[in-house]
Design a protein around this ligand. Structure first.
Ligand SMILES: Cc1ncc(COP(=O)(O)O)c(C=O)c1O
Length: 465
């Protein structure tokens, strides 16, 4: 059977794209930070308009919801939103997400949704090759990076401790431990809690002066833990830390983990997209040796939330971790296929990957690389412009996140003033020495050099906060 484009599909594309583009230009000329609103004000509005007793016309509901979203939200797709990694989204990815909602395919099994399953497999296979992982690698879309990190810990535990699956941690001899730094994403503490490892199983390795994991300290801690009867099983390297964009020494971590027989998980939730950029990918060398990788499409791939990805080079361990058999689900569909409910955390599953597939297909690999390079260049420009204006940069990364300060700065007061004047949205962060500094991350592919210069000019005018 051949698949043919029909008129309806084309109309939907035109409508959604036009709406996404119109919204984008309206948001760009409006405020970034909402006027202060209290929970009571929003609750009063909801209570007085929506008791759900009588139906309301969809147009009226839609208009009111849009008004709420415009008035009562930090506009994360604004070109001067320099915040935590919530991206601007490409119109093509919005079209993809709309199609997924409309057709609502169920991806628990292959047989129910062959097209959707194969589109995801195709997309993930492409990124698997970009990361340099072997052909047998299995990959799944997740709700986000935290779920992908959870998947990594579950699969690593299952591989290292075969008794974990049936009998839990109480049958494991010794106390399992895994290794992060103070810069690693905090989802790992929750994951330790949820998996039954306990938060104390997370060992915080020291960092060097550039905030990268210190290999000597890692070696020391692993050896000490083994001496004390613990069973180290995993090291988490980060490719683009949340606070400062730090990339841990991946080749060294890979060498260490191979020689110590430890699972290497690389959390590239944000930084992973740099693999597409010929200029940036050298910074990710070593990622191809990871046992598993987290990479979020809903960060630097600029698609709507939630779209994480989990890659693992050990298919048998993934099967062992997530296998499931029930009388109400069909058995395995085809020899060459996998049913996602037996290879991932989720059961019923949305067609998460479509937004990335459509966006990639529309823009092409080179288009994506250009978009990522553009954001990296805007990050470089921001760094230089800040330095020229007398600010001190305190992080070192090729990725577009800049942490900066200047003598006497009180970031919280400074930010309040910045928001009041609608100059930009950025945040405050504490790095190694604990002093709060400002953090600006280029999360929008729409940010221009003019935006960067105007923000630096406007914020440098008033730095007495
Ligand atoms: C390095 C890193 N890992 C994991 C996560 C968690 O990802 P998510 O919010 O998609 O669950 C984040 C979120 O910012 C992150 O920066």
């Amino acid at each position: 059977m051949t698949v043919q484009a029909n008129g309806q599909g084309i109309m939907l594309f035109d409508h959604v794209r036009a709406a996404a583009e119109e919204l984008e230009s309206r948001l760009a000329s409006g405020p970034i930070v909402p006027a202060a609103v209290s929970p009571e004000e929003i609750r009063r509005h909801l209570a007085s308009h929506y008791d759900f007793a009588a139906p309301i016309a969809l147009n009226a509901v839609g208009a009111d919801v849009e008004r709420m979203l415009r008035c009562w939200q930090v506009q994360v797709t604004h070109p001067r939103y320099f915040g935590l990694f919530n991206p601007s989204v490409t119109p093509a990815s919005v079209v993809g997400d709309t199609l997924a909602a409309m057709y609502n395919p169920q991806l628990a099994t292959w047989r129910t949704s062959p097209a959707a399953n194969e589109i995801e497999r195709h997309t993930l296979g492409w990124l698997t090759r970009k990361f340099g992982l072997p052909a047998e690698t299995v990959a799944t879309f997740t709700n986000g990076g935290a779920e992908a990190n959870l998947s990594a810990v579950i699969v690593a535990l299952t591989r290292t401790f075969p008794e974990y699956g049936d009998h839990g941690l109480q049958r494991v001899s010794g106390v399992p431990t895994f290794y992060v730094t103070s810069q690693t994403h905090h989802s790992f503490y929750k994951i330790a809690h949820m998996t039954g490892l306990g938060r104390a199983a997370v060992r915080t390795v020291a960092t060097d002066e550039r905030l990268k994991m210190d290999l000597d300290d890692l070696g020391r801690r692993v050896a000490e833990d083994r001496k004390d009867g613990c069973v180290p099983f995993m090291v988490v390297g980060t490719a683009g830390t949340t606070a400062a964009g730090i990339i841990d020494p991946l080749p060294d971590l890979a060498r260490f983990c191979e020689s110590e027989r430890l699972w290497l998980h690389v959390d590239a939730a944000w930084g992973g997209a740099a693999i597409l950029s010929p200029r940036l990918r050298e910074h990710l060398v070593g990622i191809e040796r990871a046992d598993s990788i987290t990479c979020d499409a809903h960060k630097w791939f600029s698609v709507p939330m939630g779209a994480g990805m989990f890659f693992c080079r050990h298919p048998a361990s993934v099967d062992a971790a997530f296998h499931a058999e029930t009388c109400y689900m069909p058995g395995r569909s085809e020899e060459s296929t996998r049913d996602p409910y037996t290879t991932s955390v989720q059961w019923s599953r949305r067609f998460i990957g479509l937004k990335l597939f459509v966006a990639l297909a529309e823009r092409g690999e080179q288009g994506y690389a250009d978009q990522i390079d553009h954001q990296a260049r805007m990050g470089d420009l921001l760094r230089t412009a800040l330095e020229d204006a007398g600010w001190r940069i305190v992080n070192e990364t090729p990725l577009p996140v800049v942490c900066f300060t200047r003598d006497g700065l009180v970031p919280s007061d400074f930010l309040k003033d910045l928001f009041r004047r609608q100059i930009a949205w950025m945040s405050e962060v504490r790095l190694a020495d604990g002093a709060p500094v400002l953090r600006a991350c280029l999360t929008s592919f729409r940010t221009t050099a003019a935006d960067v210069h105007s923000v630096v000019r406007d914020m440098s005018r008033r730095t007495d906060g």
